[in-house]
Design a protein around this ligand. Structure first.
Ligand SMILES: *Cc1c(COP(=O)(O)O)cnc(C)c1O
Length: 398
């Protein structure tokens, strides 16, 4: 593998005055500089980053209280509000991937003993259940088949039955490819004094989202899917309703790192140090959001829809079928049924190693049954669909 181990050199004399038990060089390997293969990432994420996003990230870091950085923070917040269509003051990225932002919404939105109702119709619903329990919630679930959304009537019935303090739904279930319609859900929640939490990890930047019009109280996303930015910072937002609940807590937020009562002092006007911001990832996110704003939400959503429709038509022409009814299909992620007799994993492996294209396999209930094809952000273009379909044809019909 080109790894050269150094031998221990006893001849070196040290001028350090601290006691030195002798450096072991066992793990010291001499490597050539990093080389990364070029892949087309058409799986459930990460997606490829735009070249200008990578360039933005590769600048020198500056201090997290530098006036230039504080300006950049304000810009990121404004751009996130645009991307989500919200006026929420508390809108900022948290360090970590989408799961960290998921954790931030639950940690800040839940007090021990709260009843939390989670819509589980895929893998990420289960993750919400697991996390909410860890924050002391009394979790109830409403379930649907993997590949089906919840109807407004089902949600209303469950809200009446469980009387939760918080309802959590996944807008774009990346494990199934299903879009959860959200029109009217916020109304149902607020009539019952319940907050609405929504996972927008695979929808932000790729399909219509109107957080304020839908009266969503807590939402999170990630950087590496629809925004085409490397993973590591993740959008988080709270409505004034959710902030009011936060301010009335009887117990401190059980996660110090993601505590919005502390973080708001850094992201708000006080600028109080909390943790060192992931400076370079914030550069990258700013550029990714700038590109989104330059394109405009409407154009971007149209592009994603049209590119997905081209994929669906191409798959159908090859005799393949999609797992989800067209009405509820995500433009960002398509689940494709694996034909009988075909080894799903082997196909994905061959696409990666022979064609440099990554696609995803099925998760949970859909393991082995579907492939997951993502067309997100910088990859949502007709040329990428052509590249994938050509490669898929070669692999399936050699
Ligand atoms: C990817 C994803 C997550 C988790 O995000 P990470 O960035 O992998 O931590 C959560 N929810 C949904 C719907 C996702 O697709």
């Amino acid at each position: 593998m080109g790894i050269v181990l150094f031998t221990i050199t006893s001849a070196m004399t040290s001028t350090l005055s601290v006691p030195n038990p002798g450096i072991q060089d066992t793990h010291r390997c001499q490597l050539s500089p990093l080389a990364v293969p070029e892949r087309l990432l058409l799986g459930p994420g990460p997606s490829n980053a735009d070249a200008t996003v990578v360039a933005a990230m590769n600048r020198q870091p500056i201090g997290h209280l530098d006036p230039a950085y504080l300006t950049l923070m304000d810009e990121v917040q404004e751009l996130l509000r645009y991307a989500w269509q919200t006026d929420n003051a508390m809108t900022y990225p948290v360090p970590g991937t989408g799961s960290a932002a998921m954790e931030a919404t639950l940690a800040n939105g839940i007090e021990p003993g709260d009843v939390v109702l989670v819509g589980v119709n895929g893998y990420f619903g289960h993750r919400l259940v697991d996390m909410a329990r860890r924050y002391g919630a009394e979790v109830r679930t409403i379930t649907q088949a993997w590949g089906q959304p919840f109807s407004l009537q089902e949600l209303e019935k469950a809200l009446d039955q469980h009387r939760p303090n918080l309802l959590a739904l996944v807008h774009a279930e990346t494990s199934t490819g299903v879009r959860q319609p959200l029109e009217g859900v916020g109304d149902l929640c607020h009539q019952r004094d319940c907050l609405l939490l929504v996972d927008t990890v695979t929808s932000l930047g790729g399909m219509p989202i109107f957080l304020d019009a839908w009266q969503v109280d807590l939402a999170y996303s990630c950087s590496q899917k629809g925004l085409s930015c490397p993973p590591g910072v993740s959008p988080f937002t709270m409505s004034s309703r959710a902030v009011a609940k936060l301010e009335q807590r009887q117990t401190p937020v059980a996660n110090w790192y993601l505590d919005a009562t502390l973080l708001r002092k850094y992201w708000g006007s006080e600028r109080v140090y909390h943790h060192t911001a992931p400076i370079n990832l914030t550069y990258a996110l700013r550029e990714a959001l700038r590109l989104l704003a330059e394109e405009g939400l409407d154009a971007r959503w149209q592009r994603h829809q049209q590119t997905a429709e081209k994929l669906w038509a191409g798959l159908e022409a090859m005799g393949l079928s999609c797992h989800v009814a067209q009405e509820f299909r995500l433009p960002t992620l398509t689940t494709v049924r694996v034909p009988d007799g075909v080894e799903a994993k082997a196909v994905a492996q061959q696409l990666l190693l022979e064609h440099n294209i990554e696609i995803g396999g099925g998760l949970g209930d859909l393991a082995g049954q579907v492939w997951r094809i993502g067309l997100m952000g910088a990859n949502s273009y007709p040329e990428k669909v052509d590249t994938l379909l050509q490669a898929l044809k070669q692999v399936l019909v050699p």
